[in-house]
Design a protein around this ligand. Structure first.
Ligand code: MTE
Length: 385
C-alpha cells in the first residue's frame, strides 16, 4: 500500500450538512465545486485545505492555486468539497441515529460481528483520496467528484469475522428502501462485489468525508467505498455485510447497473471507464483573450491516465499537460494553453487515454441500450469575441 494513502486520523464529530440532489446545481456553484488541495510531499497532510468562502466563490478556482514548479505540482490534487459533491439516491435519505445503528457482518464467517458507531471510531483508521463517478454520469456531467475518505479497510473486518472456505461474493445492504422506478415493493438498496475487490486494501468502510462525519445524504453513519468502480457499489447507510458462496441476486444487481446490448443484458457494470471533462471554459463562455488556459480533470478507474488531448473546431487532437502525476483511482488535473484564433464560435473537445491504451470513444457504441458508462469526449461551445 502506498504511504501517501494511509495515515491515522483524529475523529472529530461535526454537525451534518444539508444537501441537494444529484443533478441539481448546489447553490448554483458550477465551477466552484472544486477546491484546490495541496498534498505535502512524502505523505498526506493531516489537514487538507478547507478553502475560505472567497476561494470557493471564485469563478476559476484553479487560478487561485499557487503557481509552483514541477516538484510541488506533482503533489497537487483537487478535492470536491462535501457541499458540492453530487448526490445520487434511489430512495429518500434514511435518518439513522448513531446510538441505535449497528453493522452486522454475517454469512460464511466463523465469527459474525455486530459493530456500533462508537466501536468503529475507536478502531485505527486509514485516510484515502478517491474519485467516485456515478455509472449514469453523462459526458462532462456533475456526477463525479473526489474526496478524502476515512474509515477501515473492509478486508480487516472480514478477517476479524473469519472467512470460512468458499466465499466469492460480498454483499453490501443499505438501510434505504421504497417504491418507484419499477422497484418491487419492499426492495432495499443492495449491491455485491467479488471477494477479490472486497479484499483490496483500497476498499473501505468509510465514516468520514473530507474530514467530517459522512453527511446524511452521503451515507451517515457508514458507507462502502469501492475505488475505481462506478459509484453504485459504494453503498451508503450500510446496515449489514453478507458473505456469500454464490452470486447475489437483487433488483439493483440484475435489473439496474447492467449493460444492455442489442440482444439484451450483456454484463454487470463494474470498473470506471476512462473519462475527462473541462472545468474551464464552460459551455457558452465568451473568451476575450489571445491565450486561454483550458483546464479540467481526467480519470480512469483502477488505471492511470496516460494522456489527455484537446481538439478545437474538429481539428487535430493536441496534447494537454497533466498537472499532477497520474494515480489510479484519483482524477488527474490537466491544462491546455489555447492560442485563441480570430473571433467566432468554436467547439472544444477533450479526451483521455489510460495506461492500458484505452481512449474515450468518439461515439457511443450504437448497440448499447443502457444509460451507463457514457464516456464520449466532453464537447463544449465557446465564443471568441
Ligand atoms: N447506496 C444506497 N444505500 N442507496 C443508493 O441509492 N446510490 C449509489 C451509491 N450508493 C445509492 C447508494 C449510486 S448509484 C451512486 S453513484 C453513489 O452512491 C453516489 O454516492 P454519493 O451520493 O455519495 O455521491
Amino acid at each position: 500500500m502506498r504511504e501517501r494513502d494511509i495515515i491515522l486520523v483524529s475523529k472529530t464529530i461535526q454537525p451534518e450538512m444539508n444537501r441537494s440532489d444529484y443533478g441539481k446545481t448546489k447553490k448554483g456553484v458550477g465551477r466552484r465545486e472544486f477546491l484546490f488541495k495541496a498534498l505535502a510531499s512524502g505523505g498526506l497532510a493531516s489537514g487538507y485545505l478547507k478553502s475560505p468562502a472567497g476561494l470557493l466563490l471564485a469563478t476559476n478556482p484553479f487560478s487561485q492555486a499557487p503557481q509552483t514548479n514541477t516538484s510541488s505540482q506533482n503533489n497537487k490534487e483537487l478535492v470536491t468539497p462535501n457541499i458540492d459533491f453530487f448526490v445520487r439516491n434511489h430512495f429518500a435519505t434514511p435518518q439513522i441515529s448513531e446510538e441505535a445503528w449497528r453493522l452486522e457482518i454475517h454469512g460464511l464467517v466463523s465469527n459474525p460481528l455486530k459493530l456500533s458507531y462508537s466501536g468503529f471510531l475507536l478502531m485505527p483508521s486509514v485516510r484515502r483520496l478517491s474519485t467516485l463517478e456515478c455509472a449514469g454520469n453523462v459526458s462532462g456531467g456533475g456526477g463525479v467528484g473526489t474526496a478524502v475518505w476515512s474509515g477501515l479497510p473492509l478486508r480487516e473486518l472480514l478477517q476479524q469475522a473469519g472467512l470460512k472456505p468458499g466465499p466469492t461474493t460480498i454483499v453490501f445492504h443499505g438501510a434505504d428502501s421504497g417504491e418507484g422506478e419499477n422497484v418491487p415493493p419492499g426492495t432495499h438498496f443492495a449491491r455485491a462485489i467479488p471477494l477479490e475487490k472486497a479484499m483490496d486494501p483500497a476498499t473501505l468502510l468509510a465514516y468520514e468525508m473530507n474530514g467530517e462525519p459522512l453527511p446524511a445524504e452521503h451515507g451517515f453513519p457508514l458507507r462502502a467505498l469501492v475505488p475505481g468502480w462506478y459509484g453504485m457499489d459504494s453503498v451508503k447507510w450500510l446496515t449489514s455485510i453478507e458473505v456469500l458462496e454464490q452470486s447475489f441476486k437483487g433488483y439493483f444487481q440484475d435489473e439496474k447497473y447492467v449493460s444492455l446490448g442489442a440482444h439484451g443484458a450483456s454484463g454487470p457494470i463494474t470498473r470506471t471507464q476512462v473519462n475527462s471533462k473541462f472545468l474551464r471554459p464552460s459551455e457558452g463562455e465568451e473568451i476575450r483573450v489571445k491565450r486561454y488556459r483550458a483546464e479540467g480533470v481526467a480519470w480512469a478507474g483502477e488505471r492511470k491516465i496516460a494522456r489527455v488531448e484537446v481538439r478545437v473546431g474538429g481539428g487535430a487532437w493536441q496534447p494537454a499537460s497533466l498537472s499532477a502525476s497520474p494515480e489510479a483511482m484519483i482524477w488527474t488535473p490537466w491544462s491546455y494553453e489555447w492560442q485563441v484564433p480570430s473571433s467566432g464560435r468554436y467547439a472544444l473537445e477533450v479526451r483521455a487515454t489510460d495506461d492500458g491504451g484505452q481512449s474515450q470513444p468518439e461515439v457511443r457504441d450504437p448497440d448499447r441500450k443502457d444509460p451507463y458508462e457514457l464516456n464520449t469526449p466532453h464537447r463544449i461551445n465557446v465564443s471568441v469575441l
